[in-house]
Ligand binder design. Sequence first.
Ligand code: ZN
Length: 473
Amino acid sequence: MGKVITLFKLLPKLHQMLLCGLVFVTLIIILMPSDDVQASKQTPSASGEYDVNTRYDVPLAFRKPTPPSASLSESNPSQRTHSEPLSQSREPNKKQALAEAADKPEIQKTTAPKLKEKHFQVKSGDTLAAIFERVGLTAKDVYDVTQLPKAKKNLLKIMPGDDLVIAKTPDGKLAQLTYHLDKITTLIVTHNDSGYKEQIVTKKVEARSKFASATIENNFWNAGVNAGLTPNQIMQLATIFGWDIDFALDLRKGDQFAMIFEEEYADGEFLKNGNILAAEFTNQGDRYTAVRYKDGNYYSEEGRSMRKAFLRSPVDFKYVSSSFNPRRLHPVTGQVKAHRGVDYVAAVGTPIKAAGNGRVIKSSYNKYNGNYVFIKHNDTYTTKYLHLTKRKVKTGQSVKQGQIIGTLGSTGRVTGPHLHYEFIVNGVHRNPRTIKLPKSEPIAKKEKAQFATLSKTMMAELEHNKQLQIAAQ
Ligand SMILES: [Zn+2]
């Protein structure tokens, strides 16, 4: 660049001006949108289907609109180069192109007659070659198609139940092959005079938000199912509030939850559930809230991290039997007894999690505790896990919160399988389900304002939906 400027300065004044003018005009020509670009716009048929032998434009950065329900995959730069030269090659000869367009007004439209498509469901033991043979195509066609990298990768491992759509020309040649890679992405191989080409078409995924709520009658799981939640969503909800609520032992009749979650759709078809966006849980009169932020983490409506130093329960609620008996009989003595820990009655083999990060100070066996693990979290906190069937950690080992440290059992002095869990603060046994723990981290200062706005909107939305539901009852 420096050299160019130096050379430019050496030129006579008149030449300099001429050169500047030339550069300016050239720029104008390059930057002006061409009529061809406008004329070649095409959208798929109203049904959203793609017509065979119709050329759809790749959405370039400056070009709109794209087909309403579909956009070409961004991760397919090779496809862009297929259509770009078509538009660009006409640009230098705009006048001629326009003249041709006047002679043949249909020039940009489909020139070939509509082809007949055949749908094939892949059967057990099917190969691409077998399907091609059934439709009257040759081994050479199989070879040619699988020279394309994406076709090779996907078509050579077609699975029973997959759907292949094959369109042939009137003279029996392969014109187009369509293969759905999943609910939103489709591989399309087309054949024309210049050979085979492939492209990946991706449907636009639309997120819709949905509301669900329930009052717990006898069991959180059933309440979730009755509210229309999937097992996965029920577990997600329990995970979000798992630092505040012991879902195994603390739930009571009358507890309530409400949540807003995402559902993903493509072309009006349900794909899958997305994230929980906001939720509220009222447990024994205490209300907890959670809002999902763009960092993927959950914060209370005031902007404190849901993540805390300790999980309320080292056992997933789904393994624990009968949650609604606060006056549980002690599995050893058969009496209601205040003892120094919490007992979780569940099946032998139930995974037991470390309540917090820390170091295993003891992983051992004796005749009272059976297999037991003690974890020291810091100078203040220690947790103890007794009667395990198996220990999965060794003395001295570091553990992460939620890490499986062993499995529930009935070793030691017990009458039935259970986990005896102790929570010790400064050497004193405390109730892990009720103890007030240090407040969790607030959201980063620079995110605070943005989160507050989001939180306000989401909580208002939640409240609005709750009111609507009450009104509908
Ligand atoms: Zn116990």
